[in-house]
Ligand binder design. Structure first.
Ligand code: ZN
Length: 356
């Protein structure tokens, strides 16, 4: 029998392999999707934060946080980010689906904090659709929202007072730390932002004028953030309440994050919830069907209407009482969806690749 006698050369090689192995393992790319707020609509319920999704990409060595992206920033976003150990100044970009307050209430807070404490960092990109005129005559303007995000603090005198304490803070207040980047909405996906290996694409989708849905592609996987998208046809009869553009955008993406409305809020359910507002959201059942068609591995429901455990959606009372996560799941499964499902609570999270 031969005895194995390693030479010095072989020992050296083994040492290199041994030392090298953990290094290559830590370089494995990873993507983390975390719901920073799951409240559906502008009402407040039991401390849920307003709509928002954090997407971070990197590798094991940096905790999957080489690139940090926030999609929408509803009420309380800075508080949820603080629970994740992320400061407003660490955000590389904020993407806005639409300028309803429940999706942007937290933006001025993020910018004010960045202006006060982290203004030496590069400006943060605020990415959203270009000004969108709507048929009634108003214009939905994300650009104006951002430019005026700090106006109340300027008008109150706070910005001048804080600059008197530190004159290196940018003159003009919170809007000065934001770099607004608007894009012309298209029905076909277009890349509207990128950083290294991370690409973000957008499509026009229907909810209110200027609504956009996003997809993040990375070497670790892809996630689609639908926002409050609904079908271009505003009411039945139609093939689905979900958006055809979002469906095309989501094809092949592992994770879909989407706002949801439960069928109990629908016309005839006795809630009195206005039918046009019901019809401009995607139902749980139609989202299940869409996620099944696109081949998603994970559907994350957020912006829940109604919230779990709530016996009302704002002023609209549910005649049969509160619904549960199981009720949302049943509605999604009725659409034929068979893969993983998260019925979002604040800070629900999915990681790609999943931890073994
Ligand atoms: Zn909303």
């Amino acid at each position: 029998m031969k005895t194995f006698k390693p030479s010095m050369w072989a020992l050296g090689l083994l040492a290199i392999l041994f030392i090298g192995a953990p290094a290559s393992a830590t370089a494995a790319p990873c993507l983390v999707v975390t719901l920073t707020g799951t409240q559906g609509g502008p009402s407040a319920f039991q401390g849920l934060a307003g709509a928002g999704t954090l997407v971070t990409y990197g590798d094991e060595a940096n905790g999957c946080r080489a690139v940090i992206l926030q999609f929408d920033a509803g009420r309380g976003t800075s508080m949820r980010l603080s629970q994740l150990g992320i400061t407003p100044g660490q955000l590389d970009a904020v993407f806005v689906t639409h300028v309803h307050s429940d999706h942007v209430d937290g933006l001025s807070d993020l910018l004010q904090m960045r202006w006060m404490q982290e203004f030496k960092r590069p400006k943060v990109d605020i990415v959203c659709a270009a000004d969108a005129p709507a048929p009634p005559g108003h214009v939905m303007s994300c650009a104006r929202l951002v430019v005026h995000a700090g106006d109340a603090y300027v008008q109150s005198g706070e910005i001048a007072q804080r600059r008197s304490e530190d004159k290196t803070r940018p003159e003009g207040g919170p809007a000065q730390v934001a770099n607004v980047r608007t894009f012309a909405s298209t029905d076909q996906p277009q890349v509207i932002w990128s950083s290294g290996e991370v690409r973000v694409s957008a499509v026009r989708s229907t909810h209110v004028a200027g609504h956009a849905s996003y997809r993040v592609d990375t070497p670790a996987g892809s996630v689609v953030i639908g926002g409050d998208a609904g079908n271009d046809v505003p009411a039945p009869p139609r093939s689905s309440s979900t958006s055809d553009q979002v469906e095309a955008l989501a094809r092949g993406a592992q994770v879909i994050v989407h706002s949801v409305i439960h069928p109990v809020m629908g016309p005839g359910g006795g809630t009195g919830f206005p039918a046009p507002i019901y019809h401009r959201q995607s139902t749980a059942t139609d989202l299940g069907a869409m996620a099944q068609r696109t081949g998603a591995q994970h559907l994350m429901l957020t912006h829940l209407i109604p919230p779990l455990g709530a016996d009302r959606q704002g002023p609209y009372r549910l005649p049969k009482g509160a619904i549960t996560a199981a009720d949302y799941e049943a509605a999604v499964r009725a659409g034929g969806y068979g893969a993983a499902l998260t019925v979002g609570g604040d800070l629900s999270s999915v990681r790609l690749p999943a931890r073994k």
